[in-house]
Design a protein around this ligand. Structure first.
Ligand SMILES: Nc1nc2c(c(=O)[nH]1)N[C@H]1C(S)=C(S)[C@@H](COP(=O)(O)OP(=O)(O)OC[C@H]3O[C@@H](n4cnc5c(=O)[nH]c(N)nc54)[C@H](O)[C@@H]3O)O[C@H]1N2
Ligand SMILES: Nc1nc2c(c(=O)[nH]1)N[C@H]1C(S)=C(S)[C@@H](COP(=O)(O)OP(=O)(O)OC[C@H]3O[C@@H](n4cnc5c(=O)[nH]c(N)nc54)[C@H](O)[C@@H]3O)O[C@H]1N2
Ligand code: SF4
Ligand SMILES: [Mo]
Length: 842
């Protein structure tokens, strides 16, 4: 071979990449993705060069692999993304008190040291508390912060932004608190029970997009076993189109009308499970009302229109929800007569104005079919992570041992427990948070307006709240008003862009080993430290400890290192005993193992799983089989003998008439819901797309927009991943009829707008979207054009409402908008350069 001068790159002389490095197990997110998987990163010389997912053994029906989704495969572009925050920074024109506050979001950035950044944050906390008093800090980040808690507390949200309309209906009507197990305390059965359902109704769910991995297999298994699957949804989503037998298109936010009509059909055909209703529920008819309630207020008479003169017939419902009366009738008969059936819904269907009324109606109509407490039967909200596999986790990490530091001003435990507020809300409702900053007051539920003087916004600990909370344009005004804004994140998020000081954080791969929450009760996973933190990134614990030192707080009283936390959780991890009664020690850990983990003083222990094997695999998967002791049927004991095993509601029964729910929602002060499910037209929804609903005169904003959770993102994370931008372009999905009326063709660039703001997107035309309804994916990062004020990034929160709504329910899915062709400039996401802080690497 002639000597060309080139180096010899032939395979013979270079070992395969696999032989040069180690595969390290990882999970992408520390929160909220469907997270049923395990992935591996190949690390060569401290750099990840390749990513793969579960290939520990051959994929079989009995023991399926736990494979990751498209985001896991693309993660390398997120960790090594051009928009990673690298160094602490301050805004060029910042000075104590804010400096030129109006430049937030458009100022230049100056690199500073961690010491300077922490000095600024600590001194601004102290200065603002001294000047304005305790309660002048607003904690936008979702996690309670022990430093803020120790300096007197911070205002934060009064509730959650995810459970939405379910929290109080689930607690008050069924007695299942939400806090421990997320979404209704497993009102749904375990997966082996699902597979026995003859009919599965997915009232709004889309696990193909929002719950990747094994949950979809459960549906496939059920289908193979003969189950019919019906999807009721404004969108014939990928779940329905791939495994559904029937799609019932429905207008968003109008499901309650269809449910009431289903009740009408069942009652007038005497199809309801009267024995179940009589034994296990209260409020269905005049003979089963709680003491003190007017018998006329029962559900059956409301549906029949006995006293209000309006029978809730399928024809009545059609005018609201758009579902053909015959389809409603057939569907109602089918759910009433097919047993066992699983009637399943999601959070998205309650993310509307008056979200609670959907939850009330769904429980009520579900219970009328009697599909509760039996194998293959269930009536439940079952969104996202825990989809399809109810029951206690079969393995669980031990307690983390972190000091518990409660915030004296705002804690949301009571909210998540569905407890009615007693003397005021526990914080500022998310819906009213930006108004509270701007106007100096918020609606403290039925206790009236409450004054606040917010002068600092803390966007740390699951922050980026400009992006993911409703009312972004108002949020920007609020950010420009206060004296100090600090943000900590891994990327140059929208919210970081509007801060004064930005702190760069590590992300999964760079954190020390940690248990990441798994949503499959049959697996326990962990994420190893894959690489050293890039640039100068640090974790929350470091920030808290350093701020504590500067503010005279004992760090040991508020924080524990990630390493300690992991070892505590490892030592205390439990695995369900084979008899299914309790947990026993999960891991065998030797003295050498503890030494390797940097904790030589810990005691060796014996369990069912070798730590060294788990460390390598990143996952332990407990095999299940029919007849084992790990099964779960929700409410089984209660339904067998309701008197002996009451549920934790006021009456001990499932409450179709629920006074405590009505009372709790009243406490939040924005509207009243009756104790039974009724349809009341929402403040914004289908009806308000008309200027005159009776005469059906179209209004200024005649389209209903909803924002589905989208495969590209996990909430707003992964938004800037360049591979995912190409694969999932986040168009506006629209029906061809609506497009035709506006002279649009597929791929046209459009402006989607209302009085609150505007975004640019390309349209994707598909008959899979119901006419009158458009979909704008959740999680798109805003990029607001300074000239036009239009968001070219396509964030739906440019358009969402900040009106107070029930028990702080975010009405993301019933927003009124209009769409028109855009003839100006537009660059699609995947070719638009990422927004970065402008600092160069060193
Ligand atoms: N890929 C991905 N997965 C995720 C997330 C993510 O960001 N990306 N986020 C996670 C989180 S935090 C959550 S809370 C969950 C959310 O999970 P879900 O509560 O299930 O919400 P979505 O996936 O947004 O919507 C599910 C379906 O509801 C439909 N829908 C919307 N409005 C209505 C309505 O009024 N009536 C009816 N009948 N249907 C309606 C939508 O068309 C969609 O098909 O997803 C989780 N999973
Ligand atoms: N229009 C519209 N808006 C929505 C929704 C919708 O359907 N439509 N859905 C809502 C729902 S259900 C949810 S759950 C929210 C989610 O909204 P967020 O809770 O804001 O979700 P993320 O984008 O996952 O996380 C916010 C930031 O926290 C950072 N972060 C993650 N883990 C950690 C950590 O351990 N420490 C620190 N310091 N930071 C961390 C991430 O880097 C990220 O930038 O969005 C809501 N917003
Ligand atoms: S984003 Fe979540 S589900 Fe997807 S691969 Fe990562 S950890 Fe798994
Ligand atoms: Mo969520």
């Amino acid at each position: 071979m002639a000597d060309t001068g080139a180096s010899d790159n032939s395979k013979a002389s270079t070992p395969a990449l696999e032989d040069q490095g180690e595969w390290e197990p990882f999970r992408c997110c520390r929160l909220d993705c469907s997270a049923t998987c395990i992935n591996y990163a190949l690390v060569v010389d401290g750099q990840v060069v390749r990513v793969k997912t579960d290939d520990r053994f051959e994929d079989t029906e009995e023991m399926p692999q736990q494979r990751g989704c498209v985001r896991g495969q693309a993660r390398i572009k997120t960790v090594y993304g051009a928009d990673r925050l690298k160094y602490p920074m301050k805004r060029k024109n910042w000075e104590p008190g804010g400096g030129k506050k109006e430049l937030r979001g458009r100022d230049e950035w100056v690199r500073i040291s961690w010491d300077e950044a922490l000095d600024i944050v600590a001194s601004e906390i102290q200065r603002i508390i001294d000047k304005y008093g305790v309660g002048s800090i607003y904690r936008a980040g979702m996690y309670t912060n022990p430093v803020l808690a120790s300096v007197g507390g911070s205002y934060a949200s009064a509730g959650g932004n995810s459970l939405d309309g379910w929290v109080y209906p689930a607690r008050c009507m069924t007695g299942f608190p939400n806090l421990n197990s997320y979404y209704g305390d497993y009102l749904y059965n375990d997966r082996l029970s699902w597979v026995k359902s003859k009919l599965i109704v997915l009232w709004g769910n889309n696990p193909s997009w929002s719950c990747h991995g094994y949950p979809n297999k459960i549906l496939v298994d059920a289908k193979r076993n003969g189950a019919k699957i019906i999807g009721i949804n404004p969108f014939c989503n990928d779940t329905i189109s791939s495994i559904g037998d029937q799609w019932i298109p429905i207008r968003p936010g109008t499901d309650t009308a269809m449910l009431l009509a289903c009740a009408y059909v069942m009652i007038t055909n005497d199809l309801q499970d009267q024995d179940f209703l009589d034994r296990c529920t209260i409020g269905f008819d005049a003979d089963h009302m709680p003491e003190g309630a007017d018998p006329k207020d029962n559900f059956k008479d409301y549906v029949l229109g006995t006293y209000d003169g309006v029978p809730k017939t399928p024809e009545w419902a059609y005018n609201i929800c758009g579902v053909d009366p015959q389809v409603i009738t057939d569907f109602a008969k089918e759910i009433a007569t097919t047993k066992p059936a699983a009637l399943i819904t999601c959070s998205a269907a309650t993310r509307i104005f008056r979200g609670e009324q959907f939850a009330q109606a769904f429980f009520t109509v579900g219970w009328m079919t009697g599909n509760v407490g039996k194998d293959g039967a269930m009536v439940s909200d079952n969104s996202q992570k825990l989809f399809g596999n109810g029951g206690l986790p079969l393995m669980t990490p031990g307690a983390n041992g972190k000091p518990v530091v409660l915030d004296p001003i705002s804690e949301v435990f009571n909210y998540y427990n569905g407890v009615a507020p007693e003397n005021g809300l526990w914080g500022i409702p998310i819906q009213g948070r930006w108004d509270a900053v701007l106007n100096g007051e918020y609606m403290d539920g039925k206790w009236g307006m409450k004054k606040v003087d917010i002068q600092m916004i803390w966007d740390i600990g699951r922050g980026n709240k400009l992006q993911t909370d409703p009312g972004l344009p108002k949020g920007i005004e609020a950010f420009r008003k206060v004296e100090f804004v600090v943000s900590a994140d891994c990327w140059f998020t929208l919210t970081a862009q509007y801060a004064d000081v930005v702190l760069p954080e590590v992300m999964q791969w760079e954190y020390p080993d940690n248990f990441s929450p798994t949503s499959n009760r049959e697996t326990l996973t962990y994420c190893s430290k894959v690489i050293e933190p890039l640039f100068e990134t640090k974790d929350d614990c470091f920030i808290n400890v350093e701020l504590a030192k500067r503010l005279g707080i004992d760090p040991a009283a508020i924080e524990l290192s990630e390493e300690e936390v992991f070892c505590n959780q490892l030592a205390g991890a439990g695995i369900m005993k084979e008899d299914g009664t309790d947990y026993e020690t999960m891991f065998t850990i030797t003295k050498e193992d503890w030494a390797e983990l940097g904790q030589p003083d810990r005691e060796p222990q014996t369990g069912r799983v070798e730590w060294q094997q788990f460390k390598k695999d990143g996952i332990y998967q407990l095999p299940r089989q029919e007849g084992d002791n790990y099964g779960y049927i929700a409410l089984e004991d209660f339904v067998r003998d309701p008197e002996a095993n009451p549920v934790a509601t006021e009456s001990g029964k499932l409450e179709i008439y629920c006074q405590s729910l009505s009372y709790a929602v009243d406490c939040f002060g924005s509207y009243h819901v009756d104790p039974i499910a009724k349809y009341v037209a929402p403040e914004e929804g289908y009806e308000t797309t008309f200027s005159d609903f009776e005469k059906r005169v179209p209004g200024k904003y005649p389209l209903l927009m909803n924002s589905p959770h989208y495969p590209h993102h996990n909430a707003a994370q992964f938004a800037s991943n360049v591979w995912l931008r190409e694969a999932w372009s986040a168009p506006i999905y629209m029906n061809p009829l609506d497009a035709e009326a506006r002279g649009l063709k597929s791929e046209d660039v459009v402006r989607c707008y209302n009085d609150r703001g505007a975004v640019l997107r390309q349209v994707k035309l598909t008959p899979r979207v119901m006419p009158g309804n458009v979909l704008l994916p959740d999680g798109q990062w805003s990029e607001i054009d300074p000239e036009t004020g239009i968001d070219v990034g396509g964030n739906p929160n440019m358009l969402t409402s900040t009106a107070y709504n029930g028990a702080d329910v975010q009405p993301w899915n019933s927003i009124n908008v209009e769409i028109e062709k855009w003839d100006g400039d537009y660059t699609p996401d995947h070719v638009r350069p990422l927004v970065t802080d402008g600092l160069t690497e060193e």
